[in-house]
Design a protein around this ligand. Structure first.
Ligand SMILES: Cc1cc2nc3c(=O)[nH]c(=O)nc-3n(C[C@H](O)[C@H](O)[C@H](O)COP(=O)(O)O)c2cc1C
Length: 167
């Protein structure tokens, strides 16, 4: 998939078929995440892959978007490792870039995915559920699967509306 086509046609997908996602594809998605830029190349991102149905059910109770987590064949929880961080803003920006790379990689593999942020209100509960150390700070959960329906096409502001200045 050509990069501009990927950027423009990626949509948040919230309904999935039951078809399992291949481990090779999950590894490819995580690898794409790890090729994001990061300040000082510190690569503060960490990942947990959750396929287990019972675990997804428990995670689903921690967000009002739980149905998406329950119905996706797999989720990837993405953390910032506080022990690897050097600057809050820059490290969070890096994990954001990592997340976008992952969404684009999923799209290139013809998978659907959505970035779930509402669950961050219970980030610590997610971390405890996954039995991860306190140094792991939840940044997002990505639900992934083969799309069962097309994502809506939300509008975007025109460039002229967001461009502040061109000197
Ligand atoms: C930081 C962040 C948090 C988000 N949290 C959620 C969420 O909790 N639930 C959800 O359904 N979508 C969530 N989304 C997806 C957005 O709703 C979606 O990206 C936006 O509506 C634009 O649609 P598009 O991704 O199809 O272009 C989130 C996206 C971002 C970047």
């Amino acid at each position: 998939m050509e990069i501009f086509e990927g950027i423009h046609t990626r949509r948040s997908i919230r309904h999935f078929t039951d078809i399992e996602v291949r481990k090779e594809d999950l590894d490819e998605i995580i690898k794409a995440g790890t090729w994001a830029p990061s300040g000082l190349n510190n690569q503060p991102w960490r990942f947990a892959v959750i396929k287990d149905k019972d675990m997804r059910y428990d995670m689903a109770q921690l967000t009002k978007y739980g149905k998406i987590i329950e119905n996706a064949p797999v989720c990837i929880a993405v953390f910032a490792d506080k022990d690897a961080m050097y600057n809050d803003v820059k490290d969070h920006q890096a994990v954001g870039a990592c997340l976008q790379n992952m969404l684009l990689a999923a799209h290139a593999l013809r998978l659907g995915a959505v970035w779930l942020g509402e669950i961050l209100k219970n980030g610590d509960e997610v971390r405890k559920l996954l039995e991860l150390p306190e140094s792991m700070d939840l940044m997002a959960v990505i639900a992934i699967g083969y799309p069962a329906s097309k994502g809506k096409t939300p509008q975007r502001k025109d460039v002229s509306e967001v461009l502040l200045k061109e000197i």
